[in-house]
Design a protein around this ligand. Sequence first.
Ligand code: SF4
Ligand code: SF4
Ligand code: SF4
Length: 222
Amino acid sequence: MTAQPAAWRSADPSIVSLPTLPPAGLELGTARRHAEAIHALLPQTQCTRCGFQGCRPYAEAIAAGEAEINRCPPGGLDTLVRLAALTGRPVQPLDPACGSEGPELVAHIDEERCIGCARCLPPCPVDAIVGTQRRMHTVLVELCTGCELCIAPCPVDCITLLPRSEAKPTAAAPSPAENLRRYDAHLVRRGHREQARLLRLAERKARADGRMPLPDLRGDAP
Ligand code: SF4
Ligand code: SF4
Ligand code: SF4
């Protein structure tokens, strides 16, 4: 019988709301359950500050023993303590290489300077920016997680971060469950867009190769 590694015994029995972990083993199903339990504790901003491409890859790396539990600044000490309780690993300071815990921030677009290039739209994991090509864009503060992913792509540096309390004091921060639901919807939309793009490419290539006739538009003439 495989012994249960100490890392999977709760270090703090007072934290009773954490999921009960199944006996640890090396099989894939168990690793997935561990990753799910860890994933459920993460804030779901998908900010990548942990060094992974989102909360789920980070959870999987912790479950696999490939990452420390102190790499999530948005979750801060609260999440760190919960992860320590879940995994039995010691609480340790946040890794400064990932950033530091701070006040809740939200993105703000200087609409005077925005050129409407729309480059900030695709990177937003929760689709919190609205606007179209050549029109100024704006941030829906209620949805914004402050992940910062929209800032680097902006060619005119007109996106800054403000404390949530300053931007819109009445807007509460979205919950991790809401963030995850919007991120999943974002991924579905992104998948549809990519499929449509590949289809257009395939059609164009088929026309260029003469494998698809050009559409006869004569009947459409007014
Ligand atoms: S919220 Fe935490 S776990 Fe999720 S991507 Fe950001 S740093 Fe990583
Ligand atoms: S608007 Fe910017 S900071 Fe806010 S969630 Fe979207 S990408 Fe992140
Ligand atoms: S990337 Fe910057 S300039 Fe372009 S639409 Fe977004 S905020 Fe406006």
